[in-house]
Design a protein around this ligand. Structure first.
Ligand code: ZN
Ligand code: ZN
Length: 135
């Protein structure tokens, strides 16, 4: 038998190059190194510029904001207490230190208003039904 179950040829998820994949690895060794390199750059940039935003970090390191946000969410990058980077508690988008992103602040404000109007409306309807069922 010449079957090889341990490794199989796979296309790298990032560059498409064929490589010997072992147990669920989806990036070739070269791309894995690239990512390590990007990660190190981002971490060092944040360390040097702790009060920068995700966009600043991205333009300063050339690493895509999605990758940076992913590392922050995964806890791979730990932000300093004076960092401007925070996440919206509603949608998870990065904010500049506030609890909600500007979009959700707007959504919540209109939602709250709509909710209040809605409950007022329901109360009126409820009273109406009660009155009419008495008769
Ligand atoms: Zn690759
Ligand atoms: Zn949001």
């Amino acid at each position: 038998m010449t079957e090889n179950k341990l490794s199989a040829l796979k296309n790298c998820k990032k560059c498409g190059r064929l490589f010997q994949a072992e147990n669920g690895v989806s990036l070739c060794s070269r791309c894995n190194e690239d990512i390590d390199d990007e990660f190190t750059r981002v971490r060092e940039y944040i360390y040097d510029n702790p009060s920068s935003s995700v966009k600043d970090v991205s333009s300063g390191t050339g690493v895509h904001t999605d990758a940076i946000l992913k590392w922050i969410r995964e806890g791979k990058i730990v932000l300093g207490s004076n960092s401007n980077i925070a996440f919206c508690e509603r949608c998870g988008e990065p904010t500049t230190g506030s609890r909600f992103c500007p979009k959700c602040v707007k959504d919540l404000a209109t939602g709250l208003k709509a909710g209040l109007e809605d409950s007022n409306h329901k109360q009126q309807v409820g009273m109406h039904i009660k009155e009419s069922s008495k008769k």
